[in-house]
Design a protein around this ligand. Structure first.
Ligand code: AMP
Length: 174
């Protein structure tokens, strides 16, 4: 069955600030068939790829990454904003257009040689995913791929992640 998933992504102009055309994935999550189809399609390339963990980016990345991990028989690792994770953390700061941001992962989350996928809902400029790759690699983990429901191709995030590869179900050029 082929399903046109784009019809389940709602565009919200000027959210959270002017000039951002926000891709709202909540209609897709709320539709049982669309959600199952999206998770199945995102998971397919990794079956028999011996993935140990899916590293999920707060917060919508948890919703996408956790079912992928479940289907692969892999674990879930949460990447969160500072102060949210309860145990000791490794952190990585990265530049935004204005200012900077920090992401954290528990310091015992990964070990050398772990094979991981990074998961989030939307790949925009790629800054968040690149920082998450950096965090995972700082443990010596191998980032096998990055997986997203949607890629905003005009922002060239995939270029920024090279040589890492991007598995995005939907591409938007606006
Ligand atoms: P970036 O670091 O620019 O790739 O931004 C990635 C993060 O911001 C992801 O966690 C996305 O959920 C979110 N994001 C950025 N732009 C959008 C957008 N236009 N629509 C929905 N989410 C977005």
């Amino acid at each position: 069955m082929d399903l046109d998933l784009k019809q389940f992504i709602r565009e919200i102009p000027d959210f959270p600030k002017k000039g951002i055309n926000f891709k709202d994935i909540t209609p897709l999550l709320a539709d049982a068939k669309a959600f199952a189809y999206a998770v199945d399609s995102l998971t397919k390339p990794y079956i028999s790829k011996k993935i140990d963990y899916v590293v999920c980016i707060e917060a919508r990345g948890f919703v996408i990454g956790a079912p992928i991990a479940y289907k692969l028989g892999a674990g879930v690792i949460m990447v969160r904003k500072p102060g949210k994770l309860p145990y000791e953390c490794s952190s990585l700061s990265y530049d935004l257009e204005y200012g900077s941001a920090t992401l954290e992962m528990h310091k015992d989350a990964l070990k050398k040689g772990d094979r991981v996928i990074i998961a989030d809902d939307v790949l925009a400029t790629g800054g968040t995913a690149l920082a998450t790759i950096g965090l995972a690699e700082s443990f010596g983990a191998e980032v096998v791929d990055t997986a997203f429901l949607a890629e905003l191709s005009f922002l060239k995030g995939a270029e920024k992640l090279k040589p890492h590869t991007v598995n995005a179900l939907l591409k938007f050029d606006y």
